[in-house]
Design a protein around this ligand. Structure first.
Ligand SMILES: Cc1cc2nc3c(=O)[nH]c(=O)nc-3n(C[C@H](O)[C@H](O)[C@H](O)COP(=O)(O)O)c2cc1C
Length: 582
């Protein structure tokens, strides 16, 4: 079998180029787009130089993974009884799941599936928790917020809450004026509410330095998909409100209230989504950014400090955060009429499966090592990839939560899929971008369809051969990328996205990549295998592997899927001590 390696390519490696000049990014007169491009270049990992970070673990300043707002009322959510029987496949059959009424119980289930703890792990004297949403380095920079109408047993008034995952509880940050809330929600069906995410950059920067902003965005993307999936399990719709400004989100969740933070680490507003009991919602119905910020009434609670000190600061993160703050814009509307139907994507739509939704969602874990032997069937492989595609009717979950056409395409390293030759593949997640991808990638690639592949799945064999070593090499030498069934690089239609939607869309690219990852995590569970997000990869060598020289396309995330090797040294404990008592 031919071995595909870096050495087999004729292109010179560009990964040893001169370091990006810090001045590029910190120049006072740089435009927002220039700041983004400079940040992205500067935070690339190269074979001979990683992006700037402390270089060691400063355990004395390790951030607390749990934000709390002492002084705010804590409303414990009733822990849902385990064993809900909804089949996993039904998450994707929108309309099949009856819509749950809004109640303390349904909100509890929503957060349980979206952002709660799913286990504690112990090794000798050390314990750490895992959550429904994954996180780079398990550092969990993402915080969840919700604005709920008056609900029985939630003290009878609309309010803003922070979700506290360790307690599975809501901290009531503000009570809202009932009239202002009903005006804000007037365009939405009764029972709708708002949910949002913020990032504590410091949690990731503590370990990963300048590249941390990227990881915060990936994590927000995973959490967005996790929220969408949780809503689907309750028969609810969820859409990202992409026209709203970051400052409106900050005002709505109280993140702009300097007096509530003091010297505690601040949170960067990321995104706001609308959850509705009905599924169909057009983006023209979306909420007006001006009103969202003006409904806060009585605020309570002050943020806890997460690290006793910060031994190092990373000003470029503040700079890129500022450059990518949306200032409010018209919601994105794009045409999906040339996308495949569910039948074209899957052949026969999936209406049976292995797991319940709950088992897949709460059982999701990252593989720490892959076994180098497990192969998957081509049906499972095609199904996993088909789940990553929006459909023509815009009803494929979780892609119904975002309004833009896919900007993230996949360059795959296929190692062990029965009936599928080993080698490099491409999945053009927007079928209209096929020609652009062919243009930008290596000339000698074959772009060959597999006879058994469903007609609507835009998957192409580029080059046959053993690419295991190549996959590991470009993923910072991590063997999880070579020892799985397949791994992949997510290639973003980068420059065109920034010029079309502006610098703020830099974040959306990571969110989309994180959403792709979250779907793969759950699909791996359903297949009886595992997956792992890979944020550590060598950016330019990935481009070289696929022959991409143009800076217009950039690698945004890596992922691996395969049979895991369990770490038997670890003890697993329940997520919540009261789980044991049930
Ligand atoms: C954005 C992102 C990047 C990650 N990068 C890596 C990586 O490079 N290598 C790795 O082994 N795991 C990586 N992971 C997996 C995390 O370490 C894992 O999600 C975390 O430890 C929590 O474990 P869990 O996913 O089982 O909940 C990444 C996860 C995310 C979300």
């Amino acid at each position: 079998m031919t071995k595909i390696s870096m050495a087999s390519y004729r292109l010179p490696l560009v990964s040893t180029g001169a370091p990006a000049r810090p001045a590029d990014l910190l120049d006072a007169d740089a435009s927002a787009e220039e700041v983004v491009v400079a940040y992205h270049e500067r935070t690339k990992h190269h074979f001979h130089r990683y992006a700037a970070a402390l270089g060691c673990m400063d355990w004395a300043t390790q951030p607390d993974p749990f934000r709390r707002y002492p002084g705010a009322d804590l409303v414990r959510l009733p822990l849902p009884k385990p064993g809900r029987l909804l089949p996993y496949w039904q998450l994707y059959a929108l309309g099949d799941v009856p819509s749950e009424p809004l109640s303390l119980e349904s909100i509890s289930l929503f957060f349980r599936y979206a952002l709660s703890l799913t286990a504690w792990k112990r090794f000798h004297e050390t314990t750490w928790s895992l959550r429904a949403n994954p996180s780079s380095g398990n550092l969990h920079p993402t915080e969840g917020y919700v604005v709920l109408p008056a609900i029985e047993r939630l003290r009878g008034a609309p309010a803003v809450y922070h979700y506290a995952p360790k307690e599975h509880a809501l901290e009531r940050r503000a009570i809202l004026d009932a009239k202002a809330w009903s005006e804000l929600c007037a365009p939405f069906p009764g029972g709708s509410f708002l949910v949002g995410l913020s990032s504590v950059h410091w949690r990731e920067a503590w370990k990963y330095g300048e590249r941390a902003f990227r990881y915060c965005q990936h994590d927000a993307g995973h959490a967005l998909a996790s929220l969408r999936i949780a809503a689907a399990a309750l028969g609810w719709g969820l859409v990202l409100l992409d026209g709203i400004s970051n400052s409106a989100i900050a005002d709505l969740f109280g993140l702009s209230r300097a007096e509530d933070y003091g010297t505690a680490e601040r949170e960067e507003p990321e995104l706001l989504a609308l959850v509705t009991p009905a599924l169909a919602l057009t983006s023209t119905q979306l909420l007006n950014g001006q009103t969202a910020g003006s409904i806060g009434a009585q605020w309570c609670g002050r943020a806890n400090t997460l690290s006793p000190a910060h031994s190092v600061e990373w000003p470029v993160i503040d700079k890129v955060a500022q450059a990518t703050r949306g200032s409010g814009s018209a919601p994105i509307t794009e045409d999906f009429s040339r996308f495949p139907t569910e039948e074209e994507l899957f052949g026969i739509p999936v209406r049976r499966g292995l797991l319940t939704a709950e088992k897949a969602i709460l059982g999701r874990r990252s593989a720490v090592a892959m076994d180098g032997s497990t192969a998957i069937s081509q049906e499972a492989f095609f199904r996993m990839l088909a789940r990553l595609m929006p459909t023509r009717d815009r009803r494929s979950m979780p892609w119904d939560a975002i309004s833009w056409r896919p900007r993230i395409h996949l360059g795959l390293f296929v190692h062990r899929v029965e009936g599928v030759p080993r080698g490099l593949y491409a999945l053009a997640r927007d079928p209209d971008k096929l020609a652009a991808l062919q243009e930008v990638m290596r000339r000698e690639f074959r772009w060959q369809r597999l006879p058994s592949c469903p007609p609507g799945l835009p998957l192409y064999l580029l080059q046959e051969g053993d690419c295991r070593a190549l996959a590991a090499t470009v993923s910072c030498g991590q063997s999880i990328a070579s020892d799985g069934a397949f791994s992949l690089g997510m290639i973003a239609d980068y420059m065109d996205s920034l010029t079309t939607y502006g610098a703020a869309f830099y974040r959306n690219l990571f969110w989309e990549a994180g959403m792709v990852g979250q779907v793969l995590y759950l699909e791996a569970e359903e297949t009886g295998i595992r997956a792992t997000g890979i944020g550590c990869y060598f950016d330019d060598p990935v481009h070289e592997a696929f022959g991409i020289i143009s800076r217009e396309w950039q690698s945004f995330y890596h992922f691996t899927v395969g049979g895991q090797v369990e770490d038997t040294r670890l003890t697993t404990l329940p997520a919540y001590h009261f789980e044991q008592e049930q």
